[in-house]
Design a protein. Structure first.
Length: 147
């Protein structure tokens, strides 16, 4: 397996990473993904792709380094997804290990993420990966996506 960080403008973002990311974020169109990455990159958003030995993109992670008062410095994972056909093959574990190296190299105190309450399979995976459930995430919707 090969894991690489994709820079803005890399055509693999849309042709290879986005189809995998859409398994988690089906609302993303190529146009919306470009706009999100363009605005998000200035805020530290980065994307990492995992490739199988046959060259197929089988995993995607969106992440950023965040400075705040609760964690001081952390690597926050916005998106973490393994292609459905490649689950339970080590892709998620490899992506987390890659992101942890980024976090350690950056001097982060934490690696964290949120996961939708309905994603129980993902929760089992995160617990196996030694993540702890330490908070509730609350949301107040202001505008529906696509409006």
């Amino acid at each position: 397996m090969k894991i690489i960080d994709l820079e803005p403008g890399d055509p693999r973002l849309e042709t290879e990473l986005l189809p995998v990311l859409r398994e988690l974020r089906p609302h993303l169109t190529p146009e919306l993904f470009r706009a999100v990455y363009e605005d998000g990159h200035a805020q530290g958003l980065r994307f990492t792709a995992a490739y199988a030995d046959d060259g197929a993109c089988v995993g995607a992670a969106g992440w950023r380094i965040v400075i705040n008062t609760s964690s001081v410095k952390k690597l926050y994972v916005d998106d973490l997804v393994t292609r459905e056909t490649a689950r339970s093959t080590g892709v998620g574990h490899a992506l987390i290990a890659h992101l942890e190296r980024h976090a350690r190299d950056a001097g982060c105190y934490e690696l964290n993420l949120d996961s939708g309450t309905h994603r129980t399979g993902a929760h089992r995976f995160y617990l196996r990966e030694r993540f702890d459930i330490v908070a509730f995430h609350f949301t107040r919707e202001l505008k529906r996506l696509g409006e």
